[in-house]
Structure formats: C-alpha cells, structure tokens
Design a protein around this ligand. Structure first.
Ligand code: GLA
Length: 401
C-alpha cells in the first residue's frame, strides 16, 4: 500500500514537472547565439555587452529574448571530484550562475550548449553518460535554453540520446527550451516534436547567399541552399515545435538585399530567429532588418503554419504563408543575379493549402496589400500586381481581408 502510494506520488510529480515544459515555444524562439560570429572566443564581458545591447538597441522590444552561449564556454575537463562541468575560469571568472543572473536582470533569458556525444564539436567535455547530472547543473545555474549538438556520438541512437536528455531536463525541473541540433541526419522532424521545441534540419549555415562548401565529413550551406533543403518538412512544424534551418547570418557580410531576403525567408519558414552577429558593431541597416516588426509578425504569427513555395520560374520564386484571421504573407524572391519583373494576377491564382485548410481566393475576397519592407499600403487584390525585384532581394507582402 505504502509502495503504491509512493509510485502514484512519483508519477504525479513527474507529470507536474513535464507540464511545466508545455507551451515553451508557442511561436518560434527568438534570440542571439554566439557561434556564427565568435565561435569559441566568448567571455563574460561579451555576454554582458550583448545583453545590454539587446535591450538598448530595440532588439528586445522586437521580441528577441534568449542569449545563448554556444560551444567553448567550458573548461577542458570536468571537475575531478564531482564530475560537474565547469565554466572556463578565464572566460567566465565569476562562474556561469553570475552570467545567467546578469542576463536575467535585463529581463532576458539565458541558454547554454553541449553535445550528446563524449565531447563537443570543439572537443570540450560532452554530456554522454552525464545527462541527469548536467541537467541538474543547468537548472542550478537557472538556464532557460539548451542547445544539444551531435558530435562524437558514434554508435548511439539519436532519438534515444535526445529523449534521455529531454527526460533529464524535465527531472531537473527547470523549464528549458531544448534545441535538438543533430543536423537532420536521423530525420529529427519525425521524433523531435515530442522531445524538444526545435530541431536543426541541415548542416551548418554560413554567410553566403547561394553556395555550399564541402569540408569532407560535413558541408556548410549558404542561405538559398538551406532554404532548398526545407522542402517537404513544413508539416512537422507547429506551435511548440519548429524546424530549425539554423541561425541568422544577417549582419555578417552579405549584401543588405541578401540579408533582407535571408531574414524574410526565415520569417516565411516560421524559423527560430537567432541572431548571430556582433551587436557591438551592428549597422543601422542590419538592425532595421532584424527589428522589422511587420516581418517578425509574419514569423511569430499565432497560427504557427510554416510557409511554402507556391511557384518557381527562372529563379523567381513565390512563397506563401497562411496567417491568422484568414490573412496571408506572400514573398517574391529573386534568386537571379539580375533584376526580375514580377507579374501576379491575384484573381487568376487561387492558392489552396491543405495543411492549414486555408485558401487565398481573390475572386471571393478582396485583400488589402501591405509592403512589409517599405511599410506602405499598395492597391488591393482587385488589381493585377506588377513590380521589379532587384537581384538577390525580396518583395514581402501581408494580405489582409
Ligand atoms: C556544430 C553545430 C553548430 C555549432 C558548432 C559548435 O557544427 O551545428 O551550430 O554549434 O557545432 O562547435
């Protein structure tokens, strides 16, 4: 009898703990991650400056709230007595709890990185065999987000490894976004929705518009290549669980139009928006792109439906994303190296989406058209649409009934 009571009590506690993890990312997470610009050159000062700038630049007001330290935050060895991970004492002289406290004091959230394998991708101590211990440590630091990578995992099963870590986080009891980063190798979209809030769909992004680089065992992909790799995945995403086409490269060296196209497409994909640039050197153009509230509202739309490629001809693509209240986002993407004229007859193009069960039908409805980047109202869908789109740029519209 006593045992039965204990079992029921444990089950109840487990259930209550798991419930705290519900609804953590009803819209795609937004924030900043250190990797794309800093790799392992990170430290306490950088985090503090980034947190300060996230607030003072207006990024926080635009919705960015997670500051995530990627690979390189740890010392090379675990604590020899306790086996705990240790923050690198040179980079983080006051320890990681102090850093988390600072970030929280700015009204922001804080995240860390580790790997399911024996070592991280940069050879710092990995979590394999320490899942519950590491989860307890993160909870004691008051961490809000864990990115969990896939290096040095030879012979282990991805679904099992990520499930174990997800259970360990729930057991530790502090609600945390769990970012599954196994590069799409083991079809994470099929099992990760039950395990975490987002899952990487590809190898790493890098700051070019349309190329890829083969490193032998892995490849890095430019923005358009990553976009193409999202084909067929939209049905797996929705409120609380998102396809992650990797972090943003906005402000990291592409042309302004390319940055705008990159950001627009990540909005159309309902992708997590994790900035990856140096806030201390951010230009006004970069800030304007990343804080465009009308673009962000397309990304963060409560319906949580990932957009899709409606048509493609001569490097000109038309993307559609159903939004709340029967509205739609439409994005014309010019991938060509020359300008293109786009012509679109709203009344002739009836767009049906079986995933959302929505229809964009300008024969039966009149939609108002808003240009998201120039922030101007255009004519309604009563008239055919015509515009020039410069090379490697977009025209992104919100259509409302
Ligand atoms: C992998 C991940 C990257 C980054 C690095 C860190 O390549 O895909 O996003 O976390 O590891 O070493």
């Amino acid at each position: 009898m006593k045992n039965l009571f204990l079992i029921l009590f444990t089950l109840l506690v487990t259930q209550i703990q798991a419930q705290k993890f519900e609804g953590l990312a009803l819209t795609p997470p937004m924030g900043w991650n250190s990797w794309n610009t800093f790799q392992t050159n990170i430290n306490e000062e950088l985090v503090k400056q980034t947190a300060d700038l996230m607030v003072s630049s207006g990024m926080k007001d635009a919705g960015y709230n997670y500051i995530v330290l990627d690979d390189g935050w740890m010392a090379m060895e675990r604590d020899s007595l306790t086996g705990d991970l240790v923050a690198d004492p040179k980079k983080f002289p006051h320890g990681m709890k102090a850093v988390a406290d600072y970030v929280h004091s700015k009204g922001l959230k804080f995240g860390l990185y580790n790997c399911a394998g024996t070592k991280t991708c940069q050879n710092y101590p990995g979590t394999r065999g320490y899942e519950y211990q590491d989860a307890r440590l993160y909870a004691s630091f008051d961490i809000d987000y864990l990115k969990f990578d896939w290096c040095n995992t030879k012979g282990i099963n991805a679904k099992e490894a990520y499930t174990t870590m997800s259970m360990a986080l729930k057991k530790a009891g502090r609600p945390m976004i769990f970012s599954v980063c196994e590069w799409g190798v083991n079809k994470p979209w099929e099992w990760a929705p039950q395990v975490g809030q987002l899952w990487r769909t590809t190898d790493d992004i890098y700051q070019v518009f349309d190329a890829m680089h083969n490193y032998g065992t892995w490849s890095a992909f430019g923005v358009m290549k990553i976009l193409d790799l999202q084909d067929g995945l939209r049905k797996y995403a929705g409120p609380g669980h998102w396809n992650d086409p990797d972090m943003l490269e906005v402000g990291n060296g592409m042309r302004i139009s390319e940055d705008r196209a990159h950001f627009s497409m990540w909005c159309m994909l309902a992708a997590p928006l994790m900035a990856g640039n140096d806030f201390r050197k951010m230009s006004k153009e970069t800030l304007d792109i990343m804080t465009n509230k009308e673009a962000i509202s397309i990304n963060q739309d409560g319906l949580g439906i990932q957009g899709f490629k409606y048509s493609s001809k001569d490097s000109l693509e038309v993307w559609m994303k159903p939004l709340q209240n029967g509205n739609w986002a439409v994005c014309f993407l010019n991938r060509a190296t020359n300008s293109k004229e786009v012509k679109f007859s709203w009344k002739d193009e009836i767009v049906s989406d079986s995933l959302s069960n929505m229809q964009l039908n300008a024969k039966t409805n009149i939609y108002k058209i808003r240009d998201v980047w120039t922030k101007t109202n255009l004519a309604t869908t009563e008239k055919d649409f015509k515009a020039m789109i410069p090379s490697h740029d977009v025209l992104m519209l919100r259509l409302s009934k």
